[in-house]
Design a protein around this ligand. Structure first.
Ligand code: PRX
Length: 637
């Protein structure tokens, strides 16, 4: 495939950007024309941020899998679609061509159909990073079911919450997942989750780890057995369901500033066009390049840049089951060498963690195939940026610092590799079609350059969030009500004298721990569920590897007297309620929290204490009991 819409110079970027802003309908139609449609659109864009309501390619009919699979069969069917590297380097890797992938997706779509899955049904997917995860996702899309992938690190309780919110009657899982030297018993976590969800009708289980599992008659079935049944049918072709442009493609749950995760809903057509367009342009993908995104498909990065973006572009996407430090901290570099990877897209937290092992693990691995490096998930600090540039890219690979969110579906602000200039720690310029603004506290747009403010987007782009599942009002209040006629990102940013953006981090009560979004309220709710806890307050603090660490101030009833035991109990409780990713790094027991006379916790003060900034705590005179601050400072951990 060639990409007529791939931007090739800085001048061209400027021209295309200008045009995309002046004639958005025409611009996006010209991109969308390069996709396969069952019926083209009647109208390109219809929008109203007040409601909010956004429709792209209105009236069009399509199936995204015809673009990710069928479209490539004629000329590129023999090309690798997915290269899969297992957790254990001594196990066999797999190469799945477009033809194979099409075959397997159709087969599994039959399995779904045989088990009663219909268009519009929600299917929860809780699997490790195996190719069948991508196959399951695509088979759902083929049949028109709405997939909701849940990251393998979430607990049974978190899964139950999501199953209930999505009212998902179908689950696809594995017996277990290999991650480094761990074997995670996925099916058994699912079993615990469905105790609370009697509406779940079917659980399809793929064999991966051979961990013993309990299979409930009439409800639980093996993936392999179901495939065997389909094999007897002969030609497994599965005609792709005709989907409306605005039919939901998937739900992905993400944290916000309230206690309950939101089901971000993305639609079919706009998401397809934008993820493909951004993939091809940001990474400057060229035919036959090997693209390695190290994210998990449980997060948006995996959805957009392991599965949909690359496959719709006919690219070769590398999927890795394991972790960067197993069997040693040279694993990424071994994979780059083994498959001659051209683009490596990873997170600052992974870079910082690998930096801490020194240069030893890099030695002996040939990284000369690399052309482009990418970063996502959190601001990349300059030290990590330079290490990545110097030791991995050997000074010759542009680094794209890609800013975006679950809600934006695709990369919004980023340099384009080798085309627009890169700047350490700066996401730099918006992609065509993206109109970022900075606004002040009162919602007034801050014009000009060398300014800072809250980052908003004032015009829709094709992969914008459509709704929060089952609660449209929540979508409105969260994103579209803070500032009039703007989508509010929840991030703060600086714009330098040349118009380059530097993202400074969240301005709401959301933490970014190892590139994962975690709401402080969610963690507090989980801590407060522990019987010994009276109240808690959670804030973030700078953490060398994770970017942000979780600091919890806890008032406990001191029933056991042993703080260490209580600390362990709290950690286990948080793991059970949310998952291990949300475990606080530090827990400080306090006798009171700094509150205003109206009872509001002054998080600003706690944040400063957690950060170790003790001299300038600001005005504490409005506190109900200012002496509590002294006590908290003394007890810092
Ligand atoms: O704060 C920003 C940060 O991650 C948040 C989005 O998190 P999530 O929806 O989980 O998606 C992560 C992967 C796209 C943003 O609000 N963030 C993401 N990328 C960057 C970033 N912050 C700074 N620079 C980035 N490149």
């Amino acid at each position: 495939m060639s990409y007529p819409y791939q931007i090739k110079s800085l001048d061209q970027y400027k021209q295309v950007y200008q045009n995309s802003i002046e004639n958005p309908d025409q611009f996006w139609a010209s991109i969308a024309n390069h996709f396969r449609w069952k019926k083209k659109w009647d109208k390109v864009l219809n929008w109203n941020f007040k409601k909010p309501e956004v429709q792209w390619f209105q009236g069009a009919k399509l199936n995204i899998t015809e673009n990710a699979l069928d479209r490539h069969l004629q000329y590129n069917g023999h090309r690798p679609a997915i290269i899969w590297e297992p957790n254990d380097p001594d196990d066999h890797h797999r190469i799945i061509t477009y033809k194979d992938l099409h075959f397997k997706v159709c087969q599994f779509a039959h399995v779904l159909k045989n088990n009663g899955v219909k268009k519009g049904d929600r299917v929860v997917i809780y699997m490790g990073m195996v190719p069948e995860l991508a196959i399951a996702v695509l088979a759902c899309a083929r049949i028109g079911a709405v997939h909701s992938v849940i990251f393998g690190g979430f607990s049974a309780q978190s899964i139950a919450d999501r199953l209930q919110d999505a009212q998902a009657a179908f689950i696809i899982t594995c017996d277990g997942a290999f991650r480094g030297n761990k074997d995670i018993p996925l099916k058994s976590v699912i079993d615990d989750a469905v105790v609370q969800c009697s509406f779940v009708k079917r659980i399809i289980v793929l064999t991966r780890t051979r961990t013993p599992v309990s299979m409930i008659k009439g409800r639980d079935i093996w993936w392999e057995d179901e495939i065997k049944k389909v094999e007897t049918m002969g030609n497994p072709d599965f005609p792709a369901e005709e989907m409306d442009a605005e039919d939901p493609l998937f739900i992905l749950y993400t944290s916000g500033s309230t206690g309950k995760p939101k089901g971000v809903v993305h639609s079919s057509a706009g998401y397809m066009v934008y993820t493909t367009y951004s993939f091809v342009n940001v990474f400057q993908y060229e035919q036959e390049d090997i693209f390695f995104c190290t994210a998990d498909v449980g997060w948006i990065t995996g959805h957009s840049y392991i599965v949909y973006g690359p496959l719709c572009a006919g690219a070769t996407t590398l999927m890795f089951e394991g972790v960067p430090t197993y069997p040693d901290a040279g694993r990424f570099w071994a994979i780059v060498d083994k498959f001659k990877v051209n683009t490596l897209y990873t997170a600052p937290t992974a870079i910082r963690s690998l930096m801490s092992f020194g240069l030893g693990p890099i030695h002996g691995h040939d990284l000369s195939s690399l052309k482009v490096l990418g970063s996502v998930g959190e601001p990349i600090n300059e030290e990590a940026w330079h290490w990545y540039d110097e030791h991995i890219g050997k000074g010759k690979c542009p680094i794209v610092d890609t800013w975006w969110q679950t809600e934006t579906g695709g990369i919004m602000i980023s340099n384009m590799a080798g085309i627009t200039p890169s700047m350490p720690a700066h996401a730099t310029l918006p992609l065509p079609g993206i109109q970022p603004t900075l606004v002040d506290e009162n919602g007034k747009e801050i014009e000009g350059n060398s300014v800072s403010g809250n980052l908003c987007i004032k015009f829709p782009w094709p992969s914008i969030i459509r709704t929060t599942y089952g609660d449209h009002e929540r979508c409105r209040t969260n994103y579209f009500a803070t500032y009039e006629n703007q989508y509010f990102t929840g991030d703060g940013a600086l714009r330098d004298e040349h118009g380059n953006y530097r993202i400074t981090g969240r301005v709401d009560d959301v933490l970014n721990v190892s590139g994962h979004r975690i709401g402080t309220a969610e963690v507090e709710n989980a801590i407060n569920m522990h019987a010994g806890v009276v109240e808690s307050a959670v804030v973030g603090y700078p953490h060398d590897i994770k970017g942000q660490g979780i600091y919890a101030f806890v008032i406990d009833n001191n029933l056991h007297g042993d703080e260490n035991l209580t600390r362990q109990d709290i950690l286990i409780t948080v793991s059970r309620i949310i998952g291990a990713i949300a475990k606080p790094d530090k827990i400080q027991f306090v006798s009171g929290l700094p509150k205003t006379r109206s009872g509001k916790i002054m998080r600003r003060i706690l944040r400063k204490i957690a950060e170790g900034e003790l001299t300038n705590l600001g005005d504490t005179s409005t506190l109900l009991d200012p002496s509590v601050v002294e006590e908290i400072i003394k007890g810092r951990v």
